[in-house]
Design a protein around this ligand. Structure first.
Ligand code: EPZ
Length: 419
């Protein structure tokens, strides 16, 4: 297995181009199942997770072609409506195939996604909503077997604003009979990007970005001529936290400040200077890192996907900070690895108390999930006393496009060692 080696202590200067958002690309690619024809997508990131969903859909008969930055998706001939366990177990977002398959074919057989390192990750809210739309389903050997003669619009209330749950229902509702209302809907920018895709396909949809989305089902949809995936606000935030830790000045090229208000506000509290510039953000790391409390919340609150990275930052802040994780039940796995680097962190339930240290110490550490691996890379950028080795970085490759190359291009002493 590959690992990443980092010699800490370098400041970061220059510009980094933000890739397309993983969590927008996955539902948008799944939405191509909704109708025949040739869809064309721009700015799709080249990640392990996007490769996985393309593999699952190719097995169904969907044809993918990439050239000149355009991903063409031909979903004319789909001969199979199932997503098998061997691939779903590597990416639970495969559940996003359920809505579009039911909308187009009235049937689907999807392996029930297992949990992952950060939590049980149930999909009960997805299934409850689809049942309300007339879907009959039963579990058999770990697979969800679902079928429906005709999806019907429904008034759905989500107990929790689930991102992929909202997206699954939006796609199912696109071809349902009548109107679907999604209350307590997720408001993430990635949900809005999917809404743009569905509108491009002829779906009447409004309220995306608010907690109430209304979808008017239509008989026939057309392929999306050209849809651009939004920039990845989590990748952008990861680099912004990196320069706040290491010092220096960085232009984050392509990020959308309106997607990152909570992160910008917290990093300014830490002491970073952040300015909007045409096409992105300019951020200058502070001489002194102030400690700041955070609590993860659904959008527009502080994103849970940046909690681990922010904890690395707080590990070298002046003072103590409280980090509350309110979205997932087990998203502090990075704590034990950061402790190996000398971080002073105490966990009590869903709260971590981080006492800032003057510096972290280089060490061999192990990535356990996607965002934890990013937090360890960030810690390595500032660690002293030698080389930090981050193992099991296949986690990192799921959600970041060549992160080490991007960090090296702005001055980090970082390289990947092939197994
Ligand atoms: C999406 O996951 C993202 N993944 C996650 O990003 C992100 O952390 C999460 O939203 C929260 O923002 C994709 O978009 C592919 P949820 P999702 O449903 O949709 C509970 C990353 O690192 N819940 O919004 O699975 C759930 O357990 C990944 O890129 C139920 O109880 O998250 C959690 O506590 C990690 N029942 C809360 O809701 C359900 O049916 C929010 O989960 C669904 C969710």
């Amino acid at each position: 297995m590959d690992k990443i080696l980092i010699q800490g202590g370098e400041r970061l200067n220059g510009a980094v181009k933000v890739s397309g958002a993983k969590n927008a690309a996955l539902p948008v690619i799944a939405a191509c199942i909704l109708t025949e024809g040739l869809h064309r997508l721009r700015n799709v990131p080249n990640l392990k997770d996007t490769t996985t969903i393309k593999l699952i859909m190719s097995r169904m008969g969907v044809v993918f072609q990439e050239e000149d930055g355009i991903l063409s998706i031909n979903s004319r001939k789909i001969r199979d409506c199932q997503a098998s366990y061997d691939l779903v177990k590597t990416m639970r977002a495969s559940i996003l195939l359920l809505g579009p398959l039911l909308a187009r074919f009235g049937r689907a057989r999807i392996s029930l996604p297992g949990g992952c390192a950060i939590g049980a990750r149930p999909v009960d809210l997805h299934l409850k909503a689809l049942s309300a739309m007339g879907v009959k389903m039963f579990l058999e050997r770990g697979y969800i077997n679902a079928e429906v003669s005709r999806l019907r619009g429904a008034d759905i209330f989500f107990d929790i604003p689930t991102v992929t749950g909202t997206e699954n229902v939006m796609m199912a509702a696109s071809k349902a009979e009548g109107r679907t209302i999604i209350r307590n809907a997720a408001k993430e920018p990635e949900v809005q990007n999917l809404a743009d895709m569905l509108r491009a396909m002829g779906v009447s949809i409004e309220g995306d970005g608010t907690d109430m989305i209304i979808v008017q089902g239509v008989e026939t949809l057309n392929p999306a001529e050209e849809l651009t995936i939004i920039p990845d606000r989590i990748e952008a935030g990861t680099f912004m936290i990196g320069v706040t830790m290491a010092g220096g000045e960085l232009f984050v090229d392509g990020c959308r400040p309106e997607h990152m208000s909570a992160v910008i506000e917290k990093l300014q509290g830490v002491g970073a200077e952040i300015e909007k510039r045409p096409g992105g953000l300019l951020i200058k790391g502070p001489e002194r890192i102030r400690s700041v409390d955070i609590e993860t919340m659904p959008f527009p609150g502080f994103p849970t996907d940046l909690q681990a990275q922010f904890m690395s930052l707080m590990s070298i802040a002046q003072g103590s900070s409280i980090i509350r994780e309110t979205i997932f039940e087990n998203r502090f796995i990075h704590v034990s690895e950061l402790r190996r680097m000398g971080a002073d962190i105490r966990v009590h339930g869903n709260q971590a108390m981080v006492r800032g240290k003057d510096h972290l110490l280089a060490a061999p550490v192990m990535a356990t999930d996607l965002r934890a691996s990013a937090s360890l890379i960030l810690a390595g950028l500032v660690a002293r006393g030698g080389i930090t080795e981050v193992h099991r970085i296949y986690h990192l490759d799921r959600g970041y496009e060549s992160m080490e190359e991007k960090f090296r291009s702005i001055g980090a002493n970082i390289r990947r060692v092939k197994a």
